[in-house]
Write a protein that binds this ligand. Structure first.
Ligand code: FAD
Length: 397
């Protein structure tokens, strides 16, 4: 522990998406900015995001793509610093990128391009980044300045920005610091839970489905509140893939989800039409054109799919359609923070300014990014929230 004291205008805890964006904006305004992080490298989650290619935003950003106890809170920041603003920065740095399904934008080469862009902008704005820095305690002094004791010395600042993210992936340096600081300054925290996370299965289903590991299918996955049409992936632990990650953010323990494995067609019509034309065709031949046979064998039974269509009663066809279009599955649990992409819940938006992210309770204290109770869907929404909320605080700190 160093006994050096440094004074600064703006101190940001968290050198990743939201913290770096805030630092760039504040630095550009001529503020003296220091960013502290306990990790040995900035932006670790940026580097691992999007399978190493960083899905940095989405061309369709809407408040409906975010989960929060205050569904209006995110609107102001998202409209003041939009996906187009971030894309303009990416273009200005000549970073090659492409659009994938559902408006997702990814780097062509590497997530490093995004991190390097942010670090270059920080350097241009004379932002100082201090890594390997453990935060010991934070107080607000009588003179209105925040005092932050760390392993790199004491820092005094007028504006303190908490950009320390959520609890997902502790191995990547996630910590509860942001929630602790919020509580210390009398903020309410909505209970946190892992989001965008694979499901584990009940032992009975796991035993049956683990042979399908590696298979992926385009599906409609739903619960009583929402539905997502994307891929699901069978894994040796359970179920993953975009549609599963999306619904996991809306899942409550004990709840059943419904999977329509053939959202684009009617199984009854397909089987009835084929039975009419070619009654001797086997079930596995007809359905094997639209679904992997291994999956059919597990769900419908290996013997059953050998049956010719002419042997299938109307009731049996109805039961097959029900199984494939309304497959009900009750996950055992999620894989938890170990693999979750985000953390649901967090610092209550009602106690923050939606324009500046400043605390309504403690002036000079700001919360940006994932630590706030705003969680995006899969598809670049979480980074856009980090850029937008970080940018808003950066205008005023
Ligand atoms: C595997 C994975 C893939 C993802 N892919 C995407 C994607 O493609 N698109 C997308 O939009 N979102 C993606 N996300 C989500 C996205 O990474 C986060 O929502 C985003 O990084 C949040 O930014 P943040 O700045 O709020 O927090 P973080 O990026 O989590 O940064 C928090 C920073 O604070 C530091 N910190 C934490 N605790 C302390 C402490 N006690 N002391 C000092 N420093 C501390 C951390 O080291 C870290 O640098 C992904 C997440 C994961 C885990």
């Amino acid at each position: 522990m160093s006994d050096k004291t440094s004074k600064t205008d703006v101190l940001i805890i968290g050198a990743s998406a939201s913290g770096l964006m805030c630092a760039i904006e504040a630095g550009r305004r001529g503020r003296k900015v220091i960013v502290l992080d306990h990790a040995n490298r900035a932006g670790k989650k940026i580097l691992m995001s999007g399978g190493g290619r960083c899905n940095f935003t989405n061309i369709d950003i809407d408040a409906a793509n975010f989960i929060s106890h205050n569904k209006h809170f995110c609107k102001s920041a998202l409209s003041r610093y939009t996906q187009w603003d971030f894309i303009a920065m990416v273009n200005a740095h000549g970073i090659p990128y492409h659009e994938r399904d559902l408006g997702k934008l990814f780097c062509d080469d590497s997530a490093k391009d995004i991190l390097n862009m942010l670090l270059e902008e920080c350097s241009n704005a004379k932002v100082k980044i201090q890594l390997n820095c453990d935060i010991d305690d934070i107080e607000k002094n009588a003179d209105g300045l925040f005092s932050i004791n760390t392993s790199s010395g004491n820092f005094q600042t007028a504006s303190l920005v908490i950009a320390s993210g959520g609890l997902s992936i502790p191995k990547m340096c996630a910590s509860p610091l942001g929630y602790k600081v919020a509580e210390h300054f009398n903020h309410h925290i909505w209970p946190t839970s892992p989001g965008l996370v694979p499901f584990t299965l009940q032992p009975h289903d796991k035993g049956k489905l683990e042979v399908l590991s590696g298979i992926s299918v385009d599906c409609m996955v739903s619960n009583e509140r929402i539905q997502f049409k994307e891929n699901i992936l069978f894994t040796h632990r359970g179920l993953s893939g975009p549609a599963i990650l999306q619904i996991s953010s809306y899942w409550k323990p004990g709840e059943t989800i419904t999977i329509n494995l053939l959202p684009e067609l009617s199984v009854i019509e397909l089987l009835a039409a084929n039975r009419e034309k070619q009654p001797q065709l086997k079930l596995k031949t007809v359905l094997g054109d639209v679904l992997p046979r291994r999956l059919l064998a597990v769900l419908l039974g290996a013997d059953s799919i050998e049956q010719p269509l002419q042997n299938l009663s109307r009731e049996r066809i109805g039961a097959i359609a029900e199984k494939l279009e309304h497959w009900q599955i009750k996950p055992n649990a999620t894989e938890g923070y170990r693999t979750a992409e985000v953390t649901l819940g967090g610092v209550d938006c009602d106690q923050l300014s939606s324009k500046t992210m400043e605390s309504k309770i403690t002036p000079g204290l700001y919360f940006v990014g994932e630590v706030v109770d705003v969680t995006g869907w899969l598809g670049g929404y979480n980074f856009q929230w980090a850029w937008s909320s970080g940018w808003c605080a950066g205008q005023v700190v």
